[in-house]
Design a protein around this ligand. Structure first.
Ligand SMILES: [Zn+2]
Length: 90
């Protein structure tokens, strides 16, 4: 007995462009809508911040204290840095 396959149910949903994951952490720069990649910043903002640190204009500690960056680390780093932000918040 061949099972009748309802194509409307088995058909895959058309692949639309994946909308940004609402749970994905965003870049800390409020003017930036990219997903954060490193230290809470997107690649572009991280590049700017890294250069500023390298040039001695600021330091990661200062940026972290200001909430402009997060401590280096993997996925757990985000959570830890958020706890740190919370602890050091006003
Ligand atoms: Zn950014």
């Amino acid at each position: 007995m061949a099972e009748k396959i309802d194509k409307s149910k088995t058909e895959k949903k058309p692949r639309v462009q994946k909308p940004p994951d609402p749970n994905a952490p965003k870049c800390l720069n409020p003017a930036c809508a990219r997903a954060s990649k490193t230290r809470g910043l997107c690649i572009t903002c991280y590049g700017v911040a890294r250069k500023a640190v390298k040039d001695g204009l600021t330091s990661w500690d200062v940026l972290i204290a200001k909430g402009r960056a997060t401590a280096k680390g993997g996925r757990n780093g985000t959570l830890r840095s958020k706890a740190r932000e919370w602890l050091m918040g006003e």
